[in-house]
Design a protein around this ligand. Sequence first.
Ligand SMILES: [Zn+2]
Length: 263
Amino acid sequence: MVFVAPRFGLDYNRIMRQYRNVDPQRATHALEVRHDDEIYRIEIKRVATARRFILRVRNATRDAVLTMPQRAALKDARDFAERHAAWVGARLRRLPESVPFVDGALIPLRGIDTRIVHNPLARGAVAQGESDGAPALHVSGDAPHIERRVRDWLKAQCRADLEDAVDFYARAIGRAAPRIALRDTTSRWGSCSSTGALSFSWRLILAPPDVLRYLAAHEVCHLVHMDHSDKFWDLCRSICPETDMGEAWLKARGVQLHRFGAT
Ligand SMILES: [Zn+2]
């Protein structure tokens, strides 16, 4: 969601009064605006090609970012942000609720709603099972450790699924399976470096298995075509029939995966 400035408003006296209270070092990276007793932190990005101020609320990271022209004055940025503080607040409130990894939370493990159940005395850190006849993830240990234990377990599961899929698709195009790394990226679900190293978001374990497998196929195909040309898509569809479904799913629903395990 984007709000574009129709013009820059200027109220220098008011801005300068507020400005004296701001640490200049920090203010170049973020500023805080207030609306209705709420304080919103807005990240500042200077962009050489920006022509005007653009304010966005990012679903994935649940925060606000203000893009501004390289040479624009910070005080104008603050004024712009303050005039749109109510809009920022409304956008943030409309984001889907975050789902921390705690006892009772429902998470879409491999696309299937799975309840986190805290069993302090259970064996092992995390085990897949059932609770009241429904899929559950039993987590042992102290409650404050649930978040980390679930996250570590999900990453291990994601790595195992991705290694299987990458191995499968690499064989399909006659290449050796490359090494993979897991990250918590917000802008891309996977990437392929010029040296052929593949990276993926661990959150793919919260998508249906066909979506994870499609992304593995996608990055493996970049070992052959480092672009998104027709040849690339032809190859991807030829080894992975779920290509179009997976791409559409990530576009439409991928952002939802960032709700889970929010800190
Ligand atoms: Zn790609």
